[in-house]
Design a binder for this molecule. Structure first.
Ligand code: ADP
Ligand code: ADP
Ligand code: MG
Length: 474
């Protein structure tokens, strides 16, 4: 039985994990580095431990031992998919709340994982190591060790291939310490559909339905929902079965996500598997009643899954908006500053997973996610109206953010019609126009005469350096 967990993360996910652990009667230890001395995630835990880096496996395991934690929850990002941390835990006799280090190693390699899936009979996107046949263009250059949408380049013709591979390779080397790249057929106008899966150490596997994550910028999700308007019961059943087969193929233990790309013809292909809790897991919780942190802990303790496939049902509709400290109108450059006013929306069917509060300092040290606004309602139409209302009620001043942008995206006719694909934002330039603003924010800002924070410059140190409109890794 797990009695105490060290949470090796920060921000909203560290708080989210603490909440369930407290409900389970499990003690929590939070960790922090210097810029996070006053971070809200420290208030959510029973005790706090100062560390030098969120990325040092040895230090994390040593800290867990020192404070007598019997398990480590890695959250998402940072060391969550690190075979090194999982192996260090295995060696030190600390429970890693996640899959085995071997699974992390295999699934962290986009080529190796594709190979495993092909063997298991799961469709994958055609890929090449060298020059693809001329008829296969456009192709996408991808980093073998990639993540977070980085290290990808679209190549329209053979003439541009060499340059794109070289620059993707450089980006991959600095971002992931692995310069290897490969080529994948570029699927046009695809939807990103992923399936949540759970596996225990007794050979039981289930899927907990899909999430549609097609609204993306820079290959990263910003709005997610479930159910997807693209799935018929038959397609859902076939994709769910493929996701369960993927989990079985690697004897997956814990909560994971199998990502697929769905083309306009209705054919789907395995993209990758994310071996951790996913940013967008709340929409699945809101429509199924499961608590994925609770399930992760139960599985890590060696317990059996609490649900059979036939126990699970999707009820209603849920949408998540990622609230980022960024300026969508200026190529999504990250923003910084101090949160002067933080008045989140409330009411029926609204959930807020936030990592910030009034007075929080937002710096370039970390991922720019501030909070996640999640709504649920009986129907998709009602969920959209609720999200619009909630975004309108959300007052966040002092740090520039994407709340108004999200409102404009959610308000488009195509979003309402469920006509989504990963090129949605490119096709809807009107969502970048600030003429249609949310009145309450403007009025409040004017009445409080809030001026832009002086620290809000255009240079970033995480997750890369933002220079002249593109990411460069330092
Ligand atoms: P998810 O796949 O959980 O929906 P994202 O695709 O947005 O979330 O990001 C995947 C994960 O990668 C997140 O945990 C995010 O914090 C992390 N991440 C974001 N940027 C980087 C980066 N530059 N390097 C490594 N990880 C990153
Ligand atoms: P990451 O590890 O960075 O999350 P993924 O392989 O999951 O990388 O891809 C991230 C996003 O990039 C997808 O959600 C999709 O929008 C786009 N993408 C990836 N592969 C393809 C492809 N073969 N064709 C078209 N778009 C793709
Ligand atoms: Mg992905």
């Amino acid at each position: 039985m797990i009695r105490k967990v060290l949470i090796a993360n920060r921000g909203e996910i560290a708080i989210r994990i603490s909440l369930t652990l407290r409900e389970m009667g499990i003690q929590t230890a939070a960790v922090f580095t210097e810029p996070d001395e006053h971070s809200p995630h420290l208030r959510a835990a029973d005790e706090i431990q100062r560390i030098h880096s969120y990325l040092d496996s040895q230090e994390i395991v040593r800290t867990a031992k020192e404070c007598s934690a019997d398990a480590i929850h890695p959250g998402y990002g940072f060391l969550s998919e690190s075979p090194t941390l999982a192996a260090a835990c295995e060696q030190a006799g600390v429970i890693f709340i996640g899959p085995e280090s071997d699974t992390l190693r295999t699934m962290g390699d986009k080529l190796e994982s594709k190979g495993v899936m092909q063997k298991a009979g799961i469709p994958t996107v055609p890929s090449w190591h060298g020059s693809p046949p001329a008829a296969e263009y456009p192709v996408l250059v991808k980093a073998v060790g990639g993540g977070g949408g980085k290290g990808m380049r679209l190549v329209e013709t053979a003439a541009n291939l060499a340059d794109a591979m070289a620059s993707a390779s450089r980006e991959a080397a600095s971002a992931f310490g692995d310069e290897r790249v490969f080529l994948e057929k570029y699927i046009r106008q695809p939807r990103h559909i992923e399936f949540q899966i759970l596996g225990d150490s007794h050979g039981n596997y289930i899927h907990v339905f899909e999430r549609e994550c097609s609204i993306q910028r820079r290959h990263q999700k910003i709005i997610e929902e479930t159910p997807s308007t693209a799935l018929t019961p038959d397609l859902r059943a076939r994709m769910g079965a493929a996701a369960v087969a993927a989990a079985k193929a690697v004897s997956y233990r814990g909560a994971g996500t199998v990502e697929f790309i769905l083309d306009p013809a209705g054919d789907f292909y395995f993209l990758e598997m994310n071996t951790r809790i996913q940013v967008e897991h709340p929409v699945t919780e809101m429509t199924t009643g499961l608590d994925f942190i609770r399930e992760q802990v139960r599985i890590a303790e060696g317990g059996k899954l609490s649900y059979r496939q036939s126990d699970l049902h999707q009820i209603g509709h849920s949408i998540e908006c990622r609230i980022y400290a960024e300026v969508p109108e200026e190529e999504f450059r990250p923003a910084t500053g101090t949160v002067e006013t933080f008045e989140p929306p409330a009411g029926p069917g609204i959930r807020l997973d936030s990592g910030v509060a009034q007075g929080s300092v937002v710096s370039y040290h970390f991922d720019p996610i501030l909070a996640k606004l999640i709504v649920s309602a009986p129907s998709r139409e009602a969920a959209i109206e609720r999200m619009k209302r909630a975004l309108r009620d959300f007052v966040l001043l002092g740090v520039r953010n994407n709340i108004e942008f999200l409102y404009r995206v959610i308000s488009t006719e195509d979003f309402a019609a469920g006509k989504l694909d990963t090129g949605f934002l490119d096709r809807h330039p009107q969502v970048f126009s600030t003429s249609e603003t949310i009145p309450i924010e403007a009025i409040l800002a004017a009445s409080l005469s809030i001026t832009p924070h002086p620290a809000d410059s255009s240079r970033a140190t995480f997750p890369g350096v933002w220079t002249s409109g593109s990411w460069r890794n330092s």
